[in-house]
Design a protein around this ligand. Sequence first.
Ligand SMILES: [Zn+2]
Ligand SMILES: [Zn+2]
Length: 250
Amino acid sequence: MRRELRWTLDKPIRQFLCAFLDLLFPERCLICNKGPVDSQGICEYCLSSIKYISSPACSKCGIPFNSDAGEDHLCGICLTSKVHFSKARAVGFFEGVLQEAIHQFKYNRKTILAKPLGDFMVNCNRDSIDFKAYDFLVPVPLHPRRLRERGFNQALSLAKRIAKRCGVPVDYLSLKRVRWEKPQINLSRKERERNVRGAFAFYDRGKLSKNRVLLIDDVCTSGATVNECARVLMEAGTRRVDVLTLCRAL
Ligand SMILES: [Zn+2]
Ligand SMILES: [Zn+2]
């Protein structure tokens, strides 16, 4: 509630009301519904419980290796199959706090979470991603039917926040999801690849041509969806496609 007041009231009135509200109702964490929270609405417990992805990991798709020792190198999948993006990175594992955050964000429609989650995606990847090197951020599109069901595209909400932080424009019109595919849960990697084949189409050939694109999504599981998006973008003449997701599911 304090965050909404920020946009609607003059500063002195807002400060007074916020202090008053803090006394009466200490703000609760957007993820676990406990408190106290930081300025983004996340509690200390949630912040300290995120399981971040770290090296050693695949230098291309970003999948972390089981061993703690050694350097980053290509994983078996990237060595043997056609990967259309140049690199993919994620903040953390799709479990615990981040899984709950995505649940609250997508299914309980706490769209305000786009701000702290988008900020995680920027802050945690400053070393691995040069945000200024991209011409466009492209959110992985939802099928219009899914968009109607959910009411918003979580990838677009994250991309808008990242755009605000990095000054890179969002293009959410060129890439469309044109085929309704069955849910990917419980499908193998090969089945996911088949499932998403032909699911996306590229519309504005002039816009992204020869540009560098950072694809944005909330979760990457097998990488089949982002790889298919990257394939379509590269075929349309995009110079380079990288991928940034909040979570990596294994
Ligand atoms: Zn919390
Ligand atoms: Zn890989």
